[in-house]
Design a protein around this ligand. Structure first.
Ligand code: AMP
Length: 182
């Protein structure tokens, strides 16, 4: 059973690696960013509520992502494993996740933190051309990461659940390191 949480700043390469790993292991790749972007593009009530926060580089309110994760992890395909990408993003969400997993009788293996220097993160984000990848929004997203998401490194480390990998190398090299770890 493979269940991993991918941690790291925006632009750290979590999404790319999560897709590869999910395909190799035949398990769902659950990205709250992808789910929210889809909701925005379809104009669903969730998308309408989330869009402004996403455009500014802020986190959307916890309750929105908590509800969607509860629903997603309870689906049958998630019983065989999953890779979480972009959730949790703060201590409230991480605490919720631990409670939810206890409730639905699932256990995760590790939270894997991707380490990448700031200047590399900015270059990567500017290069991918997403709507929320303008310089101002990127700066805000990095600030939000440092203030709200980086504390999760201690959260998982204090539970002996943290693994760290160097995300500052080629996609293939990071995949190889990740495969050894999982
Ligand atoms: P990502 O694709 O993971 O970089 O997410 C894109 C945007 O979606 C973020 O900048 C947030 O606005 C929003 N988002 C994604 N995941 C979360 C989450 N777990 N909590 C709050 N906001 C999120």
């Amino acid at each position: 059973m493979t269940r991993f949480i991918l941690l790291g700043a925006p632009g750290a390469g979590k999404g790319t690696q999560a897709k590869t790993l999910a395909t190799l292991r035949h398990i769902p790749h659950i990205s709250t960013g992808d789910i929210l972007r889809e909701a925005v593009s379809q104009g669903t009530p969730l998308g309408v509520k989330a869009q402004g926060y996403m455009d500014r580089g802020e986190l959307v309110p916890d309750q929105l992502v908590i509800d969607l994760i509860r629903e997603r992890l309870s689906r049958p395909d998630a019983h065989i494993g999953w890779i979480l990408d972009g959730f949790p993003r703060n201590v409230t969400q991480a605490t919720f996740l631990d409670e939810l997993l206890t409730e639905i009788d699932q256990v995760y293996d590790h939270a894997i933190n991707f380490e990448v220097p700031d200047d590399v993160l900015v270059q990567r984000m500017l290069g991918r051309g997403r709507k929320d990848d303008t310089e101002e929004v990127i700066r805000r997203r990095l600030q939000v990461y440092r203030e709200q998401t980086a504390p999760l490194i201690d959260f998982y480390s204090s539970r002996n659940k943290l693994a760290t990998i160097n995300g500052n190398s080629s996609v293939e090299e990071v995949t190889a390191t990740l495969e050894q770890l999982v």
